[in-house]
Design a binder for this molecule. Structure first.
Ligand code: XBP
Ligand code: MG
Length: 253
């Protein structure tokens, strides 16, 4: 079974956007709207169990602010989220958030090898476009055959909807692809769509359970900055190359 495609999650996988951008933007939006809410990094760590900004806001209200009086929680969440997206995109456009170790190199290598690329994320489409065009240039949006983002499906991760959507758009058999994820919700979604997954953890996800992962790494690595294998087979490879992915895929698919 040949490896044909790589499908990437965005937040936490392509870049460490959660703490340095999403959280910052949420807090700034709360402030601008005169809300007395402030999410610490510890609080945000817990809130990340719920994917999608609007659902996360509603979960926060229900769980941590049951006293908060509001006639229309949906409308409030929508309003906060719209402002948060604006702030997030502005922040990304300042160039403040780099891609994670090895991401740019692997994308370039995969393109040269003729692998098909796609995105499967639960975040807002504008967030994805700004991250990719800032980090890789606006033309890089065309590197991805499909950019599947949160709002095109009914259910966000851990539901498999976004992966089903991307696979359907690409007319791709999941056995011919690898998914790249960083979180428990992400691997559940990918696995339910019958994809094999490679995990790169970050500070928020390093304690998550990744039973179905082909391998769990600290990052994708570079020739001069080797990855650490946290779970899975130690091989001759010390950074994620197309050769490494083909070997991993052949062993697991
Ligand atoms: C991660 C998420 C997202 C972001 C917020 O998505 O859970 O909800 O935290 O994005 P993924 P929005 O890892 O699948 O990219 O505020 O735009 O919903
Ligand atoms: Mg993620």
């Amino acid at each position: 079974m040949a490896l044909e495609a790589l499908i990437f999650d965005v937040d936490g996988t392509l870049a460490n956007t959660e703490r340095d951008a999403h959280l910052v933007a949420f807090n700034e939006a709360f402030k601008e709207l005169g809300l007395d809410w402030f999410w610490t990094s510890e609080m945000y760590h817990k809130l990340l169990d719920v994917t999608g900004g609007q659902l996360r806001i509603k979960h926060y209200l229900k769980t941590y602010r049951p006293d908060f009086e509001c006639d229309d929680v949906d409308a409030l969440a929508k309003k906060i989220h719209a402002l948060k997206t604006k702030i997030y995109v502005h922040l990304i456009n300042t160039g403040a958030i780099p891609l994670r170790t090895g991401v740019t190199r692997l994308l370039n290598e995969a393109r040269l090898a003729g692998l098909r690329l796609a995105i499967a994320t639960t975040t807002t489409p504008a967030n994805v476009s700004s991250l990719i065009s800032n980090a890789l240039g606006v033309d890089a949006l065309d590197w991805f055959e499909v950019i599947g983002a949160g709002d095109v499906v009914a259910n966000l991760k851990p539901a498999a909807d976004i992966y089903h959507y991307v696979l359907g758009q690409m007319n791709l058999n999941p056995n011919h692809a690898i998914a790249f994820e960083d979180s428990y919700n992400g691997i559940i979604a990918a696995t339910d769509a019958k994809l094999k997954t490679l995990i790169t953890v970050n500070e928020y996800t390093k304690t998550h359970q990744f039973d179905d992962a082909m391998a769990v790494l600290d990052h994708l690595g570079e020739p001069n900055k080797h990855f650490t294998v946290l779970k899975g087979e130690q091989t001759k490879h010390n950074y994620v190359s197309v050769d490494y992915l083909r070997e991993l895929h052949a062993k697991n698919c």
